[in-house]
Design a protein around this ligand. Structure first.
Ligand SMILES: Cc1cc2nc3c(=O)[nH]c(=O)nc-3n(C[C@H](O)[C@H](O)[C@H](O)COP(=O)(O)O)c2cc1C
Length: 154
């Protein structure tokens, strides 16, 4: 098969605008989280969503071993959380206000919306893993979204 230019592919995929989320979970009861834009809805009945994690992420095994995850959709004034949760900071939850969902996963204060999910099925997709979760509870606020397009957050 023809070898594609992966840098150009990444740039071109970036022409599709998305929202920005922080997906959280727990490892041994401790909160974990990372910035994610691969989130999408899958099914209404059952209520399914998905996101994709790079198999090389430091938190990959923690997410794989957890019973599920929470998706926090970021609002326009949560720019700082986007950068914090895509960094290698030791304690990403320091100085952040959050509470536990019914499933025990971190919900970040003032997110535009959140979905509390239990593992439904996970699939391998090349160098990423596709994590399909069943939504067990959710909520939203009337806020403007943070967006990601062409490599820019706005
Ligand atoms: C806007 C944006 C979207 C991202 N989306 C994803 C994603 O969908 N999947 C992924 O594996 N990494 C994604 N990342 C990269 C991770 O957030 C970043 O590598 C993070 O440090 C991983 O967390 P960890 O080091 O705790 O494992 C994204 C980063 C940014 C800034």
């Amino acid at each position: 098969m023809k070898t594609l230019d992966s840098k150009f592919l990444r740039q071109t995929l970036g022409k599709y605008s998305t929202g920005v989320t922080v997906v959280t979970s727990t490892d041994d009861g401790n909160p974990i989280g990372m910035t994610v834009n691969s989130f999408t809805s899958v099914s209404l009945d059952p209520a399914l969503v998905l996101w994709c994690i790079d198999k090389k992420q430091p938190s990959y095994n923690s997410f794989m071993n957890a019973k599920g995850y929470a998706v926090n959709i970021l609002s326009k004034d949560q720019n700082d959380l986007c950068f914090k949760f895509s960094s290698q900071e030791d304690d990403k939850f320091k100085n952040i206000i959050w509470k536990r969902s019914e499933n025990g996963f971190p919900l970040l204060e003032n997110s535009l919306a959140w979905f509390d999910c239990l593992k439904w099925n996970y699939y391998s997709g090349g160098d990423h893993q596709i994590l399909v979760g069943e939504v067990t509870s959710f909520n939203s606020l009337e806020l403007e979204p943070l967006t990601f397009w062409n490599g820019q957050i706005s």
